[in-house]
Write a protein that binds this ligand. Structure first.
Ligand code: F3S
Length: 504
């Protein structure tokens, strides 16, 4: 698996701000397009790139592969921290170094022979190399995997070829492995208006995953659909909002595995014991006091976005320890908060005092956290203003980022009761949750008002820009961010109630 980058310049690019592979670099030119990045407008092609680590989506690996394929990638990447999203570049001949490693084990990487019997040597070699670069002591068996990089829109042909190459070699996953949303609802893609040529590629991707033995959940909330790790379990998950949920709310242990790395880990049933697998990287680094109690999911997601942006994309690993005024946070609130944190920074674990499981144990105390910060309504308003790109009315309202739970859908149905929508509305969720919503009568209410429950996909990974939409309304900071930066669409961000008022 090698493909050399021939545009060598010998130049060195150094930055203290993480780069976003998915939506921060033009894959055709290698130019950094990330807004507000000190290297915005500079090409990385053929250079040595020194950066803390990548930020944002774990699907970024496939964008990096596309850059390599287009001969616009850096020839060498020097990371300051372990980064499973960037490291697979070594599979295609890019040199990668990590300067700040975990505790070095002089004996090399420990592998239990029983765990590696019959594994493809190319992957075992890759995992060992990655672990070695990260200074990891060993490879660790995982109980499950969650694969990101499923939509044709985000992975393009570079990702499809990569997955297809695994099928051709006859590989199968060794552990329960679930899938992120695809680019369309497999039953309703024609009703949604998804172009046929896109649907053909998307079906090819789904078929390839099925041949690998992956469970076709097509959701970013696998923990609501049967992939539920136990406290302390080591897992290899890639979807950034699911990673942070598993680490923080369930107390399982996973690094932000990149899209390609999670597939390799699923086939091997192993991953490198570094990053958030190690207790040393789960200790709080920043204490954040909330001086108001958020009321809506929209506010929780904006708080996450603010903290991630302020502390999570710099030189140091950031594990926030949050103090809310109430101890009663719901699954949906924690889900919205985590998705925001993981989008703007490269945060994989957070703790909420008296709420999340590790914060209730003696394992986690904020004593060594460097500083204490305050997050007030003003900061949230500023982030909201930044994410809103137009004063015009949306032409599509989208809810369910991360995928809506049954409680969110019941609230949406309640808010829509007796109303008639003048703007189309999508509620994004998984197939199993949609089925429950159907049985409880929520789907009927949403449909009667003119809305649609869309499964298997979401507003970000569906090709909305190819379907004629221009302005999207959402209550999620993560969706707002990617709708602009990845799809080039205008965004109106507001709470569920405000969006429904706009739409009726
Ligand atoms: Fe999930 Fe799509 Fe949001 S994958 S977290 S609904 S961007």
């Amino acid at each position: 698996m090698t493909d050399n980058n021939d545009e060598e310049t010998g130049d060195v690019l150094e930055t203290e701000k993480a780069i976003r592979w998915l939506d921060g670099v033009d894959i055709q030119t290698g130019i950094i397009t990330q807004e507000d990045h000190p290297l915005e407008g500079v090409s990385m092609a053929g250079k040595t790139l020194i950066m803390p680590k990548s930020a944002g989506s774990t699907v970024g690996t496939y964008r990096l592969f596309a850059l390599i394929k287009n001969r616009k990638a850096p020839k060498k990447i020097v990371l300051k921290e372990y980064d499973a999203i960037t490291l697979p570049a070594i599979l295609f001949g890019v040199e990668v170094e990590i300067t700040r490693t975990c505790k070095k084990n002089e004996r090399g990487v420990y592998v239990d022979e029983a765990d590696v019997l019959g594994l493809p040597s190319e992957f075992l070699d890759y995992l060992k190399k990655e672990a070695e670069l990260a200074g990891s002591e060993r490879l660790v068996p995982v109980t499950s995997a969650q694969i990101s990089g499923v939509s044709y829109k985000t992975i393009t042909d570079a990702g499809l070829d990569f997955i297809q190459s695994f099928v051709e070699k006859g590989y199968k996953v060794r552990v329960l492995t679930t899938l992120n949303p695809a680019g369309m609802d497999f039953d309703e893609w024609e009703t949604m208006g998804v172009p046929e040529n896109f649907a053909v590629k998307q079906k090819r991707i789904a078929k390839a995953f099925l041949k690998l033995g992956v469970t076709p959940t097509f959701t970013c909330t696998p923990y609501l659909c049967g992939n539920v790790p136990m406290f302390g379990d080591h897992i290899a998950w890639a979807e950034s909002s699911a990673v942070i949920f598993a680490n923080s709310v369930l107390g399982a242990r996973t690094e932000r595995e990149g899209s390609a790395k999670s597939l390799i880990a699923a086939i091997c049933g192993l991953t490198s014991m570094c990053g958030a697998h190690l207790m040393e990287n789960r200790i709080p680094t920043h204490i954040i006091n909330l001086d108001f109690m958020p009321k809506t999911l929209n506010e929780y997601s904006l708080i996450g976005m603010f903290i991630g942006e302020k502390f999570g994309s710099g030189q140091q690993r950031c594990t926030p320890y949050l103090r809310f005024k109430s101890k009663k946070l719901t699954l949906d609130q924690l889900k919205a908060l985590g998705a925001g944190l993981a989008t703007s920074g490269s945060i994989s674990v957070y703790h909420v005092e008296n709420v999340t499981p590790e914060a209730k144990t003696s394992l986690i105390t904020p004593e060594n956290a460097e500083e204490t910060f305050k997050c007030s309504k003003e900061e949230i308003k500023a982030i909201m203003k930044k994410l809103t790109t137009t004063g015009e009315k949306p032409d599509l309202i989208t809810l369910g980022c991360p995928h809506a739970s049954i409680t969110e859908i019941s609230e949406i149905a309640e808010t829509l009761k007796e109303k008639r929508l003048k703007i189309p509305l999508w509620v994004c969720t998984s197939k199993p949750v949609k089925e429950i919503a159907k049985r409880q009568g929520f789907e009927r209410i949403i449909k009667r008002s003119g809305g649609l429950i869309v499964a298997d996909t979401c507003m970000v990974v569906a090709p909305l820009e190819m379907m004629g939409y221009k302005i999207i309304g959402t209550n999620s900071s993560k969706a707002a961010h990617y709708l602009k930066s990845l799809s080039g669409l205008d965004v109106v961000i507001a709470s569920l109630k405000e969006l429904i008022e706009i739409a009726t």
